[in-house]
Write a protein that binds this ligand. Structure first.
Ligand code: CAA
Length: 262
């Protein structure tokens, strides 16, 4: 991958796992359009790399990201925002088939929280600082926060957070079900947890992992009956994969499966 200015691609030391670090320390990793050009470029290249089977996205001890870049937005007009579809490129991450885990320490505010919520699994430190403070700026969440936060923690809690702009800790976010786990410590500890999970995901058949991610994501859009039917069809389709045969044969023979990812 090329050298980027606003993100770092680090050696994860784990087979099949890529580690991306948001890196605008002077602006608490505020998410500028330039940052997203680079992030999306890196994600596209990793998605095309057959060796990358899971991605971890993190920031620093101080900030995962303190939101969209307020300085960039402050003079934006309606016509520019609308005609250029401002913030739409952020959704590129949602098209990835490769699982992506957010490892959050420090601030995850506004667009920072929204970016974390776009990831497949969210881990945080107990002291991480989540919030949708857009209301304090005279605006509202613009990168899916009103939808994803509400799905994750329910309407009443999400409404309270979005209408007040109150912050909440990683510990609270775990209790509310927004994050899968909140850990003691800082960025290193939460990244270690994310890398361990990513390495486990990367050790399985890619075709099964992609299918599993697809069906879980469908639950966000479909009613239960259509969702279960959708899952069953994808489940059926996996009988056409080599890895289903390999996995079940290995179980019967008490051996470790050697995945072909096909
Ligand atoms: N955009 C641009 N710059 C930002 C930023 C942001 N979202 N957040 C922080 N920065 C910059 C600050 O301007 C400051 O720069 P200077 O040193 O040049 O003055 C630097 O980062 C350090 O920030 P602070 O001095 O404010 O640090 P602090 O520790 O005192 O406070 C903070 C930290 C509470 C996170 C505070 O920076 C803050 O409130 N930031 C804004 C949070 C916010 O409102 N986010 C939502 C943005 S709107 C949005 O995201 C829309 C959407 O839905 C997509």
């Amino acid at each position: 991958l090329p050298q980027y200015e606003n993100i770092l691609i680090e050696d994860s030391q784990k087979p099949g796992v890529a580690l991306i670090r948001l890196n605008r320390p002077k602006a608490l990793n505020a998410l500028s359009s330039a940052l997203f050009v680079e992030l999306n470029d890196a994600l596209k290249k990793l998605e095309e790399d057959p060796e990358t089977r899971a991605i971890v996205l993190t920031g620093s001890d101080k900030a995962f990201a303190a939101g969209a870049d307020i300085l960039e937005m402050s003079t934006l007009t309606f016509a520019e925002a609308y005609s250029k579809n401002f913030i739409a490129p952020w959704s590129y991450i949602m098209t990835l088939r490769t699982p992506i885990i957010a490892a959050v320490s420090g601030h995850a505010l506004g667009g920072g929280c929204e970016l974390a919520m776009m990831c497949d699994i969210l881990y945080a430190t107990k002291t991480a600082n989540f919030g949708q403070p857009e209301i304090k700026l005279g605006t509202i969440p613009g990168a899916g926060g009103s939808q994803r936060l509400t799905k994750a923690i329910g309407k009443s809690k999400a409404m309270e957070l979005i209408l007040t702009g109150n912050n909440y800790s990683g510990e609270q976010a775990e209790k509310d079900g927004l994050v899968a786990k909140a850990v003691d410590g800082g960025n290193k500890e939460v990244v270690d947890l994310a890398l361990t999970t990513a390495a486990k995901i990367a050790s399985y058949s890619r075709v099964a992992i992609v299918a599993a991610k697809e069906v879980v994501n469908k639950s966000q859009d479909l009613g239960i009956r259509e969702g279960v039917e959708y899952e069953r069809r994808i489940f059926h389709s996996l009988f056409g994969s080599q890895d289903q045969k390999i996995g079940m044969k290995a179980f019967a023979e008490k051996k470790k499966p050697e995945w072909t990812h096909s």
